[in-house]
Ligand binder design. Structure first.
Ligand code: ZN
Length: 247
C-alpha cells in the first residue's frame, strides 16, 4: 500500500535542494518518520506553512519502498489539526520550552517507525499546554520530560531510596542511581534536594498541576536542574550505546 494517512506533530525540518524540505514527524501510528515535503519552500505552496515545527497535522504520505530498501516517504497532503506553532513561536519562553519538547521527543525515539501512542499524546498535550499558556512553560517542559522518560522506562524513583527502598524522606538525588537515595547509599556527587523540590517532581510526574503551579520560583529552578541533569545523563548514555551498535 503505497499511500497511507496518519496524524503527526512536526518535530524538525531541513532544507532539501531548491524548494523541498525533509520533515521529521512524530506520527500517531507509525512512530518517528522522516519524509520529503516537495515544493514547500516555493511561494504559494499549498501546505508549506502546515509542515512547520510545533504543527499538528493530518497527513497523507506516499511510501517509497524499493525492493526492500526504504527511501524517504513523500508528504502528498497536509491538513492542519492544531496550529500550535503560531501561539508558541511568538513567545520566547514558550518557544524555547517547546523546542526542547520537540528535541527530547526526537532523541527519546531511538528507532524510526516504532509506534508510541503514549509519547505522541504526551507531545500533543505539552504543545497544547504551551500554546494555551496554561502553566509556566518551564513547568510544562519538566512535566513532559519526566513523563516521557517514564514512558521510555526511566521513571525516576522519588518514593524511598532507589538502592534499598528505605521509605525516607531522603535528602539526596543521585542521577546514576535513578533518583532519591538515603544517606547510606548516597554516591559521591549526589545533589542535596529540598522537600518542596521532591514534591514538585512528584506533582509534575503525576500531572498534579495545583501543586506544581503553587511552587515558588526557587523550587521550580531546583526541580528544573534535577530534571535536566537526569535527562542529559540518560540521553548521553543512549547516544553512546547507539554509536557502539553502528560500529
Ligand atoms: Zn538506601
Amino acid at each position: 500500500m503505497p499511500l497511507y494517512r496518519d496524524e503527526a506533530v512536526v518535530l524538525r525540518t531541513q532544507k532539501l535542494g531548491e524548494a523541498d524540505r525533509i520533515v521529521t514527524l512524530l506520527t500517531r501510528r507509525h512512530g518517528r518518520v522522516r519524509a520529503v515535503a516537495k515544493g514547500v519552500r516555493r511561494t504559494g505552496s499549498r501546505f508549506g506553512a502546515r509542515v512547520e515545527p510545533f504543527m499538528q497535522v493530518d497527513l497523507q504520505l506516499h511510501s517509497a519502498n524499493h525492493e526492500g530498501a526504504r527511501t524517504l516517504d513523500t508528504v502528498t497532503q497536509a491538513e492542519t489539526i492544531a496550529p500550535f506553532g503560531e501561539a508558541i513561536a511568538t513567545d520566547y519562553g514558550r518557544y524555547t520550552a517547546g523546542t526542547a519538547v520537540l528535541e527530547t521527543a526526537e532523541r527519546l525515539t531511538a528507532e524510526e517507525r516504532e509506534p508510541s501512542l503514549r509519547l505522541y499524546l504526551l507531545v500533543v498535550g505539552a504543545l497544547r499546554s504551551l500554546a494555551e499558556g496554561a502553566h509556566t512553560p518551564t513547568l510544562v517542559l519538566d512535566a513532559f520530560i519526566l513523563r516521557a522518560m517514564a514512558i521510555a522506562g526511566y521513571e525516576p524513583t522519588l518514593d524511598g531510596c532507589a538502592r534499598c527502598g528505605d521509605p525516607g524522606p531522603h535528602r539526596f538525588f543521585a542521577v546514576p542511581a535513578g533518583g532519591m537515595v538515603c544517606s547510606e547509599h548516597r554516591p559521591p556527587g549526589s545533589a542535596t534536594v529540598s522537600q518542596p523540590a521532591v514534591a514538585l517532581l512528584h506533582a509534575l510526574l503525576e500531572g498534579d498541576w495545583s501543586v506544581a503551579d503553587a511552587a515558588d520560583a526557587r523550587t521550580q529552578r531546583e526541580g528544573s536542574g534535577l530534571v535536566a541533569a537526569y535527562l542529559q545523563w540518560h540521553l548521553e548514555r543512549g547516544l553512546r550505546s547507539l554509536r557502539l551498535v553502528e560500529r
